[in-house]
Ligand binder design. Structure first.
Ligand code: ADP
Ligand code: ADP
Length: 229
């Protein structure tokens, strides 16, 4: 069974004669544990595709399945996903621990369980010594790792990354890319990662889903995509 399945997925924005179709029937199967990069030029529909998986955008036609369940009608919170954005706003008045714990507290996860999950995530992300700090006492890279920690503790089936590196300077971008690779190696969570940057895509992807003008043009390993006869 695939982790994520796109079945004839169509997206139109607007209604009636003002409707504009921006996704034209995407079919793709993402395997469990795979790291898939959705890549293509600005405006080709990457973000829309990801937001439909996340439940932030309605699916006009077709179906998206996560872990075998049709998610078209499910709220974001019911989809077993966690999303990492480029603007990873942390709560400024909360400690690192509380920033990571907040989503679980709302879901009424028991305190001992919260502590165990946050400690584990902090271990993976090397935040163990920083749990009592406030965001303003952290470097940019550390803040980014807290944002990823917040996603990890939810133990999602799927990670969604929406251009998380695009606002970072070159050094931090390289650092964070390595963090994301490490995270995927250690946790093996199925991931969809959106970028317009071909080099980033090639570096991170196990498979690349290449979009162009709302159409999925290719879906293969970087070797398959770049060495097509
Ligand atoms: P990408 O992420 O590849 O830059 P998007 O998914 O953001 O592409 O956008 C795909 C197309 O859909 C673009 O033409 C964009 O202008 C359009 N679009 C995105 N969001 C909306 C919206 N809320 N309403 C109408 N058109 C939209
Ligand atoms: P990105 O390319 O990073 O997705 P954009 O600047 O294209 O960012 O879009 C920012 C926001 O504006 C998104 O929520 C998107 O859905 C919305 N948007 C994009 N294009 C349009 C459009 N043509 N009409 C209405 N909303 C749009």
């Amino acid at each position: 069974m695939s982790a994520i399945s796109f079945r004839n997925v169509v997206k139109r924005y607007g209604a009636g004669k003002h409707a504009v179709q921006v996704i034209h029937g995407v079919n793709a199967e993402v395997e469990t544990g795979e790291f898939v990069v959705i890549v293509g030029p600005s405006g080709c529909g990457k973000s829309t595709l990801l937001r439909m998986v996340a439940g932030l955008e309605e699916i006009t036609e077709g179906e998206i399945h996560i872990g075998g369940r049709v998610v078209n009608r499910l709220e974001p919170a019911e989809r077993d996903i966690a999303m990492v954005f480029q603007n990873y706003a942390l709560y400024p008045h909360m400690s690192v621990f509380d920033n990571m714990a907040y989503g679980l507290k709302i879901k009424k996860v028991p305190a001992a369980e919260i502590k165990a999950r946050v400690d584990k995530a902090a271990g993976i992300l090397e935040l163990g010594q920083l749990l009592e700090r406030k965001p303003r006492q952290l470097s940019g890279g550390q803040r980014q790792r807290v944002a990823m920690g917040r996603a990890i503790v939810r133990q999602p089936k799927v990670f969604l990354f929406d251009e998380p590196l695009s606002n970072l300077d070159a050094k931090l971008r390289a650092q964070t890319r390595i963090e994301i690779q490490k995270l995927h190696r250690e946790l093996g969570i199925t991931s969809l990662f959106v970028t317009h940057d071909q080099v980033e895509a090639m570096t991170l992807a196990q498979r690349m889903l290449v979009m162009n003008a709302g159409v999925m043009e290719q879906f293969g390993t970087p070797e398959e995509v770049y060495h097509r006869p």
